[in-house]
Ligand binder design. Structure first.
Ligand code: ADP
Ligand code: MG
Length: 256
């Protein structure tokens, strides 16, 4: 715990009087796959968004402490925080179409991230883009680099989102329901890719899902969220053997 990558203490988020994240503590270790599961509306996405300071305007957030590699984030001015977001913490979510720019090519969108975070000469940027597209296993990257998001399939668009997130070389990749919008066969491929990339790069992977079955195969640790609270958290094997909370037991009982 002392050398956790991300440490969150006393996090609360409210919309008006409704507490949607209710004083939670959790941590993510370097290089691990951490799964946050819980039913829709339990507060998983809001938790991730609050750490990235991407909450809707109506939300009010409070935290005792949020630290990344022992650097306290809560007091960092916005202008500095922007440099950290996308660089040290990457994010992908359910619907890649909503975050890809429809009028920019795949290559331009990855280049934007590279230019924001690194000083790279033009030829090196192109080289790095191709490398990233290969890393996320997009076929024919030389052609894809000049294509627009609508020319790609849903699974390929999610791969592009992953490439954009990887472009910052983050220590932590947050994947919020990364496969929910995809066909079942593609879901497994994207999850396998995320796990592979996590092993290859050594980054930590924070999977957020309503589906315990989907994430339990690849998670090192599982935390369960219910009504804004983390009700249970344990290494995956212990979770399967010794979960105690009624809601965890319900999730386990529902597994195929
Ligand atoms: P999850 O990701 O677990 O499905 P969310 O974190 O998206 O859940 O949402 C948690 C709660 O916050 C839900 O009850 C939802 O209704 C509420 N919520 C989310 N966004 C808003 C918003 N913009 N305004 C008001 N309430 C919101
Ligand atoms: Mg969500």
């Amino acid at each position: 715990m002392a050398d956790a990558l991300l440490k969150v203490k006393g996090l609360q988020v409210a919309f008006g009087n409704a507490k949607v994240v209710d004083n939670i503590d959790f941590h993510i270790n370097p290089g691990e796959t951490f799964a946050l599961v819980g039913e829709s509306g339990s507060g998983k996405s809001i938790t991730a968004l609050s750490i990235l300071r991407l909450l809707p305007n109506a939300a009010r957030m409070q935290a005792t402490s949020i630290s990344l590699q022992d650097q306290e984030l809560t007091h960092i001015p916005e202008i500095e925080f922007c440099k950290l977001r996308g660089r040290r913490i990457g994010l992908i979510f359910q619907d890649p179409m909503s975050s890809l720019n429809p009028v920019m090519t795949i290559g331009e969108q990855i280049a934007e991230v590279l230019e924001l975070h690194f000083q790279l000469a033009k030829p090196l940027i192109k080289q790095r883009i191709l490398e990233l597209l290969r890393q996320v296993e997009i076929p024919e990257p030389e052609r894809r680099i000049n294509e627009y998001p609508h020319q790609l399939s849903g699974g390929q668009r999610q791969r592009v989102m992953i490439a954009i997130a990887l472009a910052g070389e983050p220590d932590l990749l947050i994947a919020d329901e990364p496969t929910t919008a995809l066909d079942v066969t593609i879901q497994a491929q994207i999850l396998a890719l995320l796990k592979h990339l996590q092993r290859q790069t050594g980054m930590a992977l924070w999977l957020i899902s309503h589906d315990l079955a989907l994430v339990s195969n690849i998670a090192d640790r599982i935390a369960v969220m219910q009504n804004g609270k983390i009700v249970e958290s344990a290494p995956t094997r212990d979770f399967f053997n010794q979960a105690q909370h009624t809601y965890s037991l319900k999730l386990l009982a529902a597994l195929p």
